[in-house]
Design a protein around this ligand. Sequence first.
Ligand code: SF4
Ligand code: SF4
Length: 342
Amino acid sequence: MPLLTDVAQPLRSLQTHQWVKLICGASYQDVTTIRSLATLYTLAGVDCIDVAADPAVVTVARQGIAAAAQGSTPPWLMISLNDSDDLHFRKASFDPTHCPPDCPRPCVSLCPTAAIRFPAEGTQGVIPELCYGCGRCLAICPIGHIVAQPHQTLPETLPGEFWQQVDALEIHTQTGRLAEFQRLWQRLQPYLSGLKLISISCPDHDQVIPYLEDLYRTISPLPQPLIWQTDGRPMSGDLGKGTTHATLRLAQKILAAQLPGYVQLAGGTNGYTVTKIEELGLRPQAGSPGAPPRPGVAGIAYGSYARHLVITPGGDRPEAVVSAASLEKARWLVSQLKYNNN
Ligand code: SF4
Ligand code: SF4
């Protein structure tokens, strides 16, 4: 374990249980908003920004980080891949010409990114780059007219220069998919040596611990630090305080199993999450230089909640705007897990 003074700031944040990640969305491709989010949350002090595995998205995220970092240590840029079908890797679609004319269009008002449009009668539908697959429109449509289209990006389809811009990789998997995970892990071999961090994101299941143990055996030995992302209630942090409980329950399971690696919350995290971590005694005090990591939650990833906090409705679509007011909100969220937050 290197001394804290020898390691990059993001890694030091992990080691001292102060790691904060912004999730822009594994399917979200609105480059204007992603650039602004990257600038805002870099200024706010996040350690990592997680974006879709898309060259255009990575380019604008880098631009957003560079606009803010200006000499200070930039956050790591992470991309997410899936080993097979996954809620985070889908987009809604439907044919608006088949919607009943008297439908009050609840899908439009419910969509958090204003991805559903009816600008002229019977036209448009879902704008793909704005959809991040949250599924709210699917659930609300009274005739079940909206479908989810899954997608998977294979690592070898991404250009070599793309991988040079990426610091970290997250793999989304689920209990019971060992063969799919192993296939993706094999495909990733040519790209792993250039990465500073690997994260594995998995939702809860009654067999999740044996599954994660199998994954650990598959990826060992791993030269990079490893994060277990506890994917509680995906893409729901903006829906209310209680959404944070599922990720905490899974974190408690993984900590109790003493799996090697850092435990980081996601899926339903919000402004209430740090309070709950502290109430449950899952937040150890900051580690001392050179000390091995102590058990506890090492970090939090914020997705829907972080975006909702700084998105300003404007025109016919909401956008993240870099302003003093939005920066204040972003700093408030990020600083909750930082020990020097006063
Ligand atoms: S509600 Fe969610 S799934 Fe539906 S279009 Fe909007 S972002 Fe996509
Ligand atoms: S809720 Fe369903 S039927 Fe109504 S406008 Fe939306 S997609 Fe069409």
